[in-house]
Design a protein around this ligand. Sequence first.
Ligand code: GSH
Length: 214
Amino acid sequence: MLTIYGVYRSRASRNIWLAEELGIPFKHVPVIQHYRNVPAGMMHTQSPEFLKVNPNGLIPSIDDDGLVLHESLAINLYLARKHGKPIGPANLSEEGEMSMWTLWAATGVEPHAINILYHRVGNPTGQKDEKVAAAAVSALKAPFAVLDKALAASGWLVGGRFTVADINVAEIVRYAQAAPELFEAAPKVKAWLAACQARPAFRKMWEARDREPA
Ligand SMILES: N[C@@H](CCC(=O)N[C@@H](CS)C(=O)NCC(=O)O)C(=O)O
């Protein structure tokens, strides 16, 4: 049995979306970030009980029949590889491409996209710095152009079909959605993200996320 640790309002969303796409049953343990409003009795990222699962004190983690993994994107690559095509790789070449896109997004997109999210949406009033957001938008113009070109052939990143690569990259690109100027300049990225987020598995995850207290 697969257990996913982490509230929906965290990078656990990536793993929950993937599990829904794969149609695999899972147990959800809602561990919350320790710096948020932690409801009485709820496990958080610094709870001794959770630190036994992930000594890094970060969500998400999974326990898949005794195999404990951390790092949301590595978890998705593992689960996709385990369950195979169509969401996972059909062969070693596809596996290489899925890892490539995942690491591309994690290293080249996520740090900037997070700044857009925090400085245009997430941070409390007074702690939003539009200069930081604008610098992030500027840094993402080139990666968005690369992504736009890659999507031109089939509308998906690997194998001409929706895969774990799309989930991993879409979940990172989502953080930049408060910068519509990036998407206007990259229409294929805009259409691809809309298609990813229209999938029933994403909607199911997102609706559950919306029901969680902010
Ligand atoms: N690279 C990690 C990042 C994990 C991470 O930063 N998780 C955040 C929530 S999305 C967290 O647990 N924050 C709690 C804290 O910083 O104490 C991953 O992708 O899983």
